[in-house]
Design a protein around this ligand. Structure first.
Ligand SMILES: Cc1cc2nc3c(=O)[nH]c(=O)nc-3n(C[C@H](O)[C@H](O)[C@H](O)COP(=O)(O)OP(=O)(O)OC[C@H]3O[C@@H](n4cnc5c(N)ncnc54)[C@H](O)[C@@H]3O)c2cc1C
Length: 461
């Protein structure tokens, strides 16, 4: 894979191919057509281990690991899941504390399980809580730097799925890790979730490859195998329906994933979209593979016909990187929050700018714009009114009527302007019974309740 340029293919530089997200996912589809286990090893190396180093590593960490990982000379692993915390990684117990005697070192302690590549990995990306802050941080555990007895990575034997990829545990017993091996900036679940987001995208198209292989094999078998008056199984409509359902899901799933990949290439894909296609494609691939398996009758039980192997593998793809139900839970939770999250955008513009407002400028995934109010000469354009008029709970329609809410008598008088503005905001809040006011520059999607978003464009050129 390294020789072919398949590892870390979407990364630019460091000897990587630098292809688009769509091209990267087409690679996963081609590899997964052979076996989901090969694709898993490749994805962990590419999206999870190299992706983490590329996105969050220091320049020195990138230079040290990425070129050799791209060649496949160094193998990476990604340790998030723990024996007691799988779907809920935020509760992880692995911890990093200052080394009591050795300056510039942490001691890592904890266990990770079901870690792809761990028994053969040279460098393990381990997520653990920094004792000092309680925040999750990423550490590069370099096997050759670990003293004997501090790092064990036993293989998990006799797996029923993904048998072509090696999976194991990570045991850290006060393993000394130099401070320069910690990712310098990233904190919390943002680190692991960013990497998972990329890997999940690859899985969404990858599993379509496995499903296509199931369809091809089932079709070939149904044409060949004859039952009842010498008819091939493929002549029976019940069998045809199984193939038609599977082919339809494969086509829809492939197109959806390619579209999300195109958006990802344009920087427009959201985690929701990726969650949705990962969940849907894994569910449909597993469901259809199980149904197609029936076409093989008793032969499905033999490894020779390959279909059982795909079914066992696809169970894992539906489970790892967020089990299917967990993805549905996050989407439904998101919807729940969205329902509550009315947003008032209060836009402050320069007095010489007219018709500045447009809902398109203030869209944010997970937010529903309920009111748009102009200050200065910022008169809401026609478009926002459609939004406002739909939402008449607060009588806002009659309040501003599309004209400037505040026109400061002297725009040069900052103090007057500010006081008027606050008075206006308070009035606004009373009227719409906003339960919570926040002024955000980031992290909007995590806050509960309605928001007041104040955007000050006065100094924009
Ligand atoms: C072959 C293989 C390779 C893997 N590779 C890696 C790897 O490289 N790195 C890594 O970090 N991890 C890896 N994993 C771990 C994988 O990500 C976890 O197995 C997965 O996240 C699920 O966690 P869990 O097994 O602890 O299940 P649990 O979290 O115990 O969940 C069990 C079941 O309960 C359901 N459930 C849990 N909470 C809720 C809830 N609140 N509401 C409704 N249902 C709920 C789940 O949906 C699931 O069906 C791998 C797993 C396998 C099998």
């Amino acid at each position: 894979m390294g020789e072919l340029g398949l590892l870390g293919a979407t990364i630019s530089g460091y000897g990587c191919a630098g292809v688009s997200n769509v091209a990267g996912a087409l690679i996963t589809r081609a590899v997964e057509r052979v076996d989901s286990g090969y694709r898993s090893s490749m994805s962990v190396q590419s999206s999870l281990a190299m992706g983490a180093i590329h996105d969050f590593g220091s320049a020195e960490q990138k230079d040290r690991y990425l070129p050799e990982m791209a060649k496949g000379k160094l193998i990476g692993a990604f340790g998030l899941t723990e024996p007691n915390h799988g779907s809920d990684p935020g509760s992880m117990e692995a911890v990093a504390r200052e080394h009591p005697h050795k300056e510039g070192y942490f001691l890592l302690r904890g266990s990770k399980t079901w870690i792809t590549n761990s028994p053969i990995a040279d460098v393990l990306v381990v997520w653990a809580k920094l004792q000092e802050t309680g925040k999750i941080r990423g550490f590069l555990v370099d096997r050759k730097q670990c003293p004997a007895g501090t790092l064990e990575t036993p293989a998990i034997k006799n797996k029923t799925g993904l048998r072509a990829s090696i999976t194991g545990m990570i045991h850290l017993e006060d393993c000394p890790v130099p401070k320069e091996n910690m990712f310098p900036e990233v904190e919390g679940l943002k680190g692991p979730f960013t990497c998972l987001n990329s890997a999940r995208y690859g899985i969404a198209l990858g599993v379509m490859g496995a499903l296509e292989d199931c369809i091809d094999r089932a079709r070939a078998y149904a044409l060949e195998r004859k039952q009842f008056r010498g008819n091939p199984l493929a002549k029976y409509q019940l069998v045809q329906k199984k193939l038609a359902d599977a082919a339809t899901d494969a086509a829809y799933g492939t197109l959806a994933a390619i579209q999300v990949g195109r958006l990802k290439d344009q920087g427009k894909a959201t985690p929701d979209m990726i969650s949705m296609i990962k969940r849907q494609n894994c569910d449909r691939a597993l469901h259809n593979a199980r149904v197609l398996q029936e076409i093989f009758g008793g032969n499905a039980v033999s490894d020779e016909y390959m279909i059982g192997r795909h079914v066992a593998n696809l169970y894992v793809t539906q489970t790892y990187e967020g089990q299917s139900d967990i993805h549905s839970r996050s989407r439904l939770g998101q919807k729940e929050r969205e329902r509550e999250r009315d947003v008032v955008v209060l836009l402050i513009t320069r007095p010489d700018i007219r018709s500045y407002l447009g809902t398109g400028n203030y869209r944010h995934p997970g937010l529903r714009l309920s009111h748009l109010v102009g200050v200065g000469n910022a008169a809401p354009a026609a478009d926002p009114f459609a939004v406002i008029e739909r939402d008449t709970r607060c009588g806002m329609k009659h309040w501003h009527m599309g004209r400037p809410v505040v026109r400061p008598p002297d725009p040069g008088d900052a103090c007057m302007y500010t006081n008027l503005l606050y008075a206006q905001i308070l009035d606004l809040l009373c009227r719409i019974k906003t339960r919570q006011t926040c002024i955000f520059s980031a992290g909007i999607d995590r806050a509960p309740g309605p928001l007041l978003l104040i955007i000050d464009h006065r100094h924009d050129p």
